[in-house]
Design a protein around this ligand. Structure first.
Ligand SMILES: Cc1cc2nc3c(=O)[nH]c(=O)nc-3n(C[C@H](O)[C@H](O)[C@H](O)COP(=O)(O)O)c2cc1C
Length: 341
């Protein structure tokens, strides 16, 4: 399915306004595969993004969707977390959101990408049903499922996925794990996971997690991947929707590490360690999307005030290597490094 690509570079879908249609178009026009993030958006908002993207490129692109999980949140734990966060809300003079469950308008978005015949549809947080995979394939879409373990890879292959996005623990943003159960899960590094999954299947594998330059793309391909999906590497591109405080934090030597936390959304995600993460990491329940809704206004207000200590600063372990260059230039630099010795 990756024949559509001139170069083995995929720009990761990045929800929350980061991967804009302009970024995706720039990447697709430069010979990579640009992606729109469907997560958190309304169906209408995503439709608008698809149209905007199509207005800027005739090349193939992808749309990413969140697969909804069951509502397993412990309401008492969520309430206790809400009580802890009240002082942050007071400080920023905002109200906390209602910690409710929703399915991210999954059915409506499936219908949209089907009717729009989106060339590549990728999924995270779970495995779409065989029926959904088949429906999309019948419409001409290629289906990619994000996996973080060999067991998830087996399930995705069983559902009929055309390709797997193999996400290592180095990756910025949310872990794509199917389950959000509170029990600890093993976080596989990218190389070992690529090897484990490559031994299971011949389908195209897309490597994700900590890939920041051409040498790392080569390493991923040597380990069995067919393409590399980069997220953090695009965060400083001018076409990205990365807000100014987030951009600044990525290059601020005061931020010295990343960690995986549930503090912001109730689902495990990697970002720069800041005050909010340090304070609330141990208190946050495994309740997604409840905690996402709870903290949304807080994070938005913090971003508006330029207060990086209270925002989710999603970033992979390689964030120090991110380059503040236009996306087409980044693709050219990555390809020249990839092709060089
Ligand atoms: C800001 C940000 C937002 C992300 N949002 C999504 C998303 O909406 N859907 C998704 O499948 N992956 C998302 N990811 C994860 C990426 O798909 C990919 O796995 C990750 O960026 C790879 O690691 P890297 O950031 O080190 O390159 C996000 C990553 C970042 C950094």
């Amino acid at each position: 399915m990756l024949e559509i690509l001139k170069y083995p570079i995929i720009q990761a879908p990045m929800a929350g306004g980061v991967s804009t249609p302009t970024l995706a178009a720039a990447v697709s026009n430069a010979g990579g595969l640009g992606f729109l993030a469907g997560g958190y958006k309304t169906v209408e908002g995503l439709e608008k993004d698809i149209k905007e993207l199509r207005g800027q490129t005739a090349a193939a692109f992808g749309v990413n969707l969140f697969v909804p999980g069951p509502d397993t949140a412990d309401q008492q734990a969520v309430e206790a977390y809400r009580a802890e966060l009240l002082k942050e809300a007071e400080k920023l003079n905002v109200s906390l959101g209602a910690p409710v469950y929703d399915d991210d308008a999954y059915a409506g978005k499936i219908e949209l990408v089907r009717s729009e015949r989106v060339p590549v549809v990728s999924f995270t947080f779970g495995c779409p049903s065989r029926e959904v995979v088949q429906t999309l394939q019948e419409g001409g879409s290629k289906v990619v499922v994000t996996v973080t373990s060999a067991e998830e890879a087996a399930a995705a292959l069983d559902a009929g996925a055309d390709a797997l996005c193999v996400q290592g623990a180095e990756a910025g943003g949310h872990r794509g794990t199917f389950s959000n159960a509170p029990e600890p899960q093993e976080d596989y590094g990218l190389l070992v996971l690529l090897r484990l999954v490559r031994k299971m299947t011949d389908v195209p594998l897309i490597a994700a997690g900590g890939i920041m330059d051409g040498a790392a793309i080569r390493a991923a391909l040597a380990a069995g991947a067919n393409a590399a999906q980069l997220g953090t590497a695009f965060l400083l591109c001018p076409e990205s929707g990365t807000n100014p405080a987030y951009r600044q934090a990525l290059t601020d030597p005061g931020f010295t590490s990343t960690r995986i936390t549930r503090a912001f959304t109730g689902r495990r995600a990697r970002g720069l360690v800041n005050r909010f993460m340090e304070t609330y990491d141990a208190l946050a329940p495994a309740a997604y999307p409840h905690v996402h809704h709870l903290t949304q206004q807080l994070r938005k207000e913090a971003a508006a005030r330029g207060s990086a200590e209270c925002m989710s600063l999603w970033a992979g372990q390689g964030y120090r290597m991110a380059r503040a260059v236009p996306a087409d230039q980044l693709i050219r630099e990555l390809m020249s490094e990839f092709q060089g010795s």
